[in-house]
Write a protein that binds this ligand. Structure first.
Ligand code: GLN
Length: 251
């Protein structure tokens, strides 16, 4: 199957090796004889709802977020339609913030968002930095753990009825207080977790891939064949131990 990926603003939003998530999706797709076609979507590039099976956006500093935010906000309708149409989506940190209703930076500037996720983000003086461990709240993967790294000034407040990605076992998460991290709308997942995220959480990579393959095939998602993920399992265990040891405490 050819899986079409739209990589939003790769030259602006890519910190902590976030583009590594694309490399992992590409390799895990190939291991199942699927081919990922990755198309950069940047300032002014047309975006047709439905033309991608998976959309991806990484994290970035306030400066880069300000550079792309107006362009991204204009695409809100197209991205919401893509998600409504069953496309998969992964948004990390700064990209996650701007796929909500908006982000107020430390300088007080309000960056209107794309309105895909039911949340808003307000930056605070102190940054929340460190290793994170979550317990997945996804119906497809209850109880599985997700390990990564966070570094953000933004506090993301989910709407009452919003669905978090996970419960925080160690780390700060969305706002350092609610005990939740990330957000989910249909097959769109938002998270603060860098690392990159997917190499140390292969089940999450496969879940996103199974959604993208289903969208490409116009079918229901099927679990992908199991891969021998020894290295990934070790990477996850090391990250999880680090998070338990020091996550959520000022460095
Ligand atoms: N600039 C945003 C913040 O500080 C996002 C940072 C990031 O993507 N790591 O919260």
């Amino acid at each position: 199957m050819i899986v079409r990926v739209g990589h939003l603003y790769p030259e602006y939003l890519n910190i902590y090796a976030d583009r590594g998530n694309i490399a992992v999706l590409t390799r895990r797709a190939a291991a199942r004889s699927h081919e990922l076609l990755v198309e950069p979507v940047t300032l002014g590039t047309p975006l047709e709802p439905g033309s991608h099976d998976l959309l991806y956006v990484g994290g970035g500093q306030d400066r880069e977020q300000a550079m792309i935010a107006p362009d991204l906000a204009e695409r809100g309708e197209a991205i919401r339609a893509a998600v409504e149409g069953g496309a998969a989506l992964l948004a990390v940190c700064g990209g996650y913030q701007l796929l909500g209703r908006g982000y107020r930076g430390r300088d007080g500037t309000w960056l209107a968002g794309a309105g895909v996720f039911p949340h808003e983000t307000l930056a605070d003086e102190t940054r929340m930095i460190g290793d994170v461990l979550l317990e997945s709240m996804l119906a497809e993967a209850r109880g599985k753990t997700i390990a990564g790294f966070e570094n953000h000034a933004g506090r993301t407040v989910l709407d009452e009825a919003a669905e978090p990605l996970g419960r925080v076992i160690a780390g700060y998460g969305n706002d350092g207080a609610s005990g939740f991290e990330g957000c989910r709308v249909r097959r769109a997942l938002g998270t603060y977790l860098h690392g990159p995220l997917l190499p140390r959480n292969p089940w999450l990579a496969d879940l996103l891939l199974s959604w993208a393959v289903a969208h490409a095939a116009g079918a229901e998602p099927e679990p992908l064949s199991q891969l021998p993920d020894e290295l990934e399992a070790q990477a996850h265990a090391v990250a999880a131990d680090r998070a338990r040891a020091r996550g959520g405490r000022p460095a």
